[in-house]
Write a protein that binds this ligand. Sequence first.
Ligand code: BES
Ligand code: ZN
Ligand code: ZN
Length: 490
Amino acid sequence: MNFNITTEKRADIKADLEIILVIDKAFKHPFVQDKKLLKKAGFSGAQDEVCHLIEKNRLYVGAETLKGVGVRSALATALRSLLGKKAYKTIKIGTYLSHPRCSASLRASVEGIVLGAYTFNRYKSKKTKCYVKSVQISLEGYNAHELSMETAVRAVHNGEISANATNFTRNIVNTTPDDCYPEIMANIAESLTKNSKLKCKILKPKALRKEKMETLLAVARASRHKPRVIHLTHKPKNPVAVISLVGKGLTYDSGGLSLKPADYMVTMKSDKSGGAAVLGIMKAVCEMDLPIEVHGFVGAVENMIGGDAYKPDDVLTAKNGKTIEIRNTDAEGRLVLADTLCYAQQEVKADYLFDFATLTGASVVGVGHYTSSVMGNADEPKEMVTKMATQAGEFATTLDFNRHLKKTIKSEIADVCNISNTRYGGAITAGQFLSEFIDEDHKDKWAHIDIAGPAFVEHAWAENPHGASGAGVRMMIRLIEKMVRSKGTH
Ligand code: BES
Ligand code: ZN
Ligand code: ZN
């Protein structure tokens, strides 16, 4: 899809269709030229309600607010309504801004269009695709707020990069476990280094043994697909900060010997969402050429059953020497992350360390399908994540650690147990388990983001169709961009 920004008025631009956002429910705004027809069609202008006036070549869509969250969702829904329609190859829109000189809503418009045009057709004989090839954005503003061409160009460019990175992550997550196993994830990571400045190192089993990542290797043991640890590096000259990202890349989670019930196993191809998000973020950071050194680590493993499977009752030793009593092989993500986090901290002394994981069903129970849970020892990194998530149009909320829950992962026979002795607070106890593998240097620089809720969508919502959402990608790109601005001015 090709975006073009112009100072031409909307009416003067040639296109197959104009998309018009309806914010004012009285239809009084001059952009809304078809008040009577809209009323006749029963259009109310509610958020994401679409009314296509075919003969007028206009598509109206409701938005509750001019802020990014309203605009992104509305335009994604509008684009989704055009999927499979060959008549619409070029579209035009005006510029919708919520505040003077603030380009956030323009960026959100572009993100909405790119995210709404997304389809995943790999396994369909009959492919439904988006035929829109060109988008003309007129700088003619919906209100008096103006934007310079330079600011608009940057907003559109960054919007395209962050939405394309989200779609890239969605593709990885939507791919079936037989087509995307650890070796394939490593190949995808390596392919990111072609025509880019990203560097990639892949650790295979021999190297993983040398690095003493026995816990990760134990989870991987019963699978015919051997594990990989991926390390991608974006290293600009004179970086203003160093960030490490770590992702859970369970290409399939059957539960292992603590086998999941049939209904719970379906969708577990999405257990690689954290790792896939890290790959998407690295792609975007490199494309934006941000002056921050960013390292992306992914623990790519398949959790299966078999004669060689790791077992409840095993005691494993993690890379940092801590021993772990296994009482449930379905709590495998934290084991893979334990070793990958230790490796990441050994390789890079970072200013901030973030991990992304579809770690617990408890997070979904606690905060719902739309929201990520953010945990850690210190407020600063957690607050950065929740704040930037909101700006990026994602939901994220903090869950506080406490010393009482910490006691529930104590083990009688090892240093720590991989599950809690209580049924409640499972997202937090998983986070507190991970904190056992964060060293003194990174203690207050780390935040854990449990994306189990939003990573995979069963019923489409906002800009997310059925399937992978790319959760975590846009929030972290925003956070890294923000860090460039705040550190750069110090
Ligand atoms: N991958 C799952 C968590 C999950 C559940 C992600 C639902 C997305 C949707 C994880 O490995 C897991 O199985 N966790 C267990 C932990 C339990 C055994 C302590 C869970 O949440 O039930
Ligand atoms: Zn599991
Ligand atoms: Zn899992």
